[in-house]
Design a protein around this ligand. Structure first.
Ligand SMILES: Cc1cc2nc3c(=O)[nH]c(=O)nc-3n(C[C@H](O)[C@H](O)[C@H](O)COP(=O)(O)OP(=O)(O)OC[C@H]3O[C@@H](n4cnc5c(N)ncnc54)[C@H](O)[C@@H]3O)c2cc1C
Length: 316
C-alpha cells in the first residue's frame, strides 16, 4: 500500500547547539503519535513560518500538497528537506540536526532564532493503517548484501550518515567520509568495528575538495578492480515539487545540476562487492559518482547518489 503523508503540527521542545555549525532541534506534539519512522536516511519536509503570516492553513491529510500549491505566493510557506536524526515514539519527540549556514535561506534563518515553544510543521509518513503494512517512506540507504560499503557526504548528509551508522549490522565493513566546516564540527557517533569513520574538516578549503581527495584515495586502494553486479536502478526524488530527476537513461555528464535533481538510487536486494551512498552538494556528488563509475569502474547500480543542495540555489 502507498505511503500516506500528512502535515504534523509540532512545537520546539529543545534547541541544542551541538557544534559551531550544527543545531539540534527537538520537536514534539501529540500528532507525532501518527508519525511513521523508518530510521536510516529518512527525509521529511519542514514547513517554515512566513513573516507576518505564520503558517497558512493546510489540511493535515494527503491533500496538503495540492492545497499548499494553490496558496497565493505571499502565503505559501517555504518547504525544505531534512533528515530525521532520531525519533522517540514514546516521548513523541523527533530530532532534526540543522546546519546553520547563515541567513541566506528560510530554514537556516529559522534555526538561528528558534526558541522552545515555537510552532513548526513537518510533512512525513503516517503510521500504516493496517499492522500488516510495513512502515515505508523516504529512506534510500539500501545496501542489500554488499561486502563493503562507502558512505560519503558533507555536513548536510552528516545527520543521515550518523543515523545509518547507528543502524548498521555489527558485521558491516566499510569506510565513511564526512566533510564538515571545521574541526569543532565533528560529531560523536558509534559505528561497527569494521567501519572506519573519518571526519574531514574543511577549515576554509573549497567545499568538497578534501572529501573528494579522500574518496579518490579510497577508490584507488580499496576498490580498484571491483566487479560489477547486475541490478536495475530506480529513481527517487527528494522533493515532490522538484524538477526532473536524473537517472536511468540519462548520461550523468549531461545532467545539469542547476536544473535537475541529482538523485539516482539503485534497487536493493542484490549482493554486491561494494555499495556506495553519496550525498551533499550536488556538484560535488556528481563529480564523486562520475569518478567511482567512470574512473574506477564500479557498476553504476552499486552507487546511490543524492544532491542534497546546490551552491547558489534555494531548494525551491
Ligand atoms: C534528503 C535530504 C536530506 C537533508 N537533510 C539535511 C539535514 O538533516 N540537515 C541539514 O542541515 N540539511 C539537510 N539537507 C539539506 C537542506 O535541505 C538544504 O541545505 C536546504 O537548502 C537548506 O534550506 P535553507 O532554507 O537554509 O536554504 P535555501 O533557501 O534552500 O538556500 C539559500 C542559499 O543557501 C545555500 N545553502 C543551502 N544549504 C546550504 C548549506 N548547508 N551550506 C551553505 N550554503 C547552503 C543555497 O545554495 C542558496 O544559495 C537535506 C537535503 C535533502 C534533499
Amino acid at each position: 500500500m502507498a505511503t500516506r503523508y500528512r502535515v504534523f503540527s509540532v512545537r520546539v521542545a529543545a534547541v541544542t547547539s551541538l557544534t559551531p555549525h550544527f543545531v539540534r532541534v527537538t520537536l514534539t506534539g501529540d500528532a507525532l503519535a501518527d508519525f511513521s519512522s523508518v530510521g536510516l536516511d529518512q527525509r521529511i519536509k519542514v514547513v517554515l513560518p512566513l513573516d507576518g503570516v505564520g503558517f497558512s492553513e493546510l489540511p493535515e491529510d494527503e491533500d496538503w500538497y495540492a492545497a499548499w500549491r494553490a496558496l497565493p505566493d505571499a502565503e505559501r510557506n517555504p518547504l525544505r528537506t531534512y533528515t530525521v536524526r532520531s525519533f522517540r515514539p514514546d516521548a513523541r519527540e523527533l530530532d532534526i540536526d540543522f546546519v546553520a549556514h547563515g541567513d541566506a535561506g528560510p530554514a537556516s534563518r529559522w534555526v538561528s532564532s528558534c526558541r522552545v515553544g515555537d510552532e513548526l510543521r513537518i510533512v512525513g509518513p503516517r503510521v500504516p493503517e493496517s499492522p500488516e503494512d510495513l512502515p515505508t517512506g523516504a529512506a534510500e540507504f539500501a545496501p542489500g548484501h554488499a561486502s563493503r560499503i562507502l558512505l560519503a557526504g558533507d555536513e548536510t548528509a552528516a545527520p543521515a550518515i550518523c543515523a545509518i551508522l547507528e543502524a548498521l549490522d555489527v558485521s558491516t565493513v566499510g569506510h565513511v567520509f564526512i566533510e564538515v566546516p571545521t574541526d569543532a564540527d565533528r560529531l560523536p557517533v558509534s559505528a561497527p568495528a569494521g567501519v572506519e569513520v573519518r571526519w574531514i574538516a574543511r577549515n576554509g578549503a573549497t567545499h568538497g575538495v578534501r572529501m573528494t581527495d579522500q574518496v579518490h584515495a579510497w577508490a584507488s586502494t580499496v576498490v580498484a578492480g571491483a566487479a560489477s553486479v547486475a541490478g536495475s536502478p530506480s529513481v527517487g526524488s527528494p522533493s515532490v515539487a522538484a524538477g526532473p530527476a536524473c537517472g536511468d537513461g540519462v548520461e550523468l555528464a549531461d545532467v545539469d545540476v542547476d536544473e535537475q535533481v541529482l538523485w539516482d538510487v539503485p534497487a536493493t536486494e542484490e549482493s554486491r562487492p561494494v555499495y556506495a551512498w553519496i550525498a551533499g552538494e550536488a556538484g560535488c556528488v556528481k563529480e564523486l559518482r562520475r569518478h567511482l563509475v567512470r574512473g574506477v569502474g564500479i557498476d553504476r547500480k552499486q552507487v546511490a547518489f543524492m544532491g542534497y543542495w546546490r551552491h547558489g540555489k534555494a531548494e525551491n
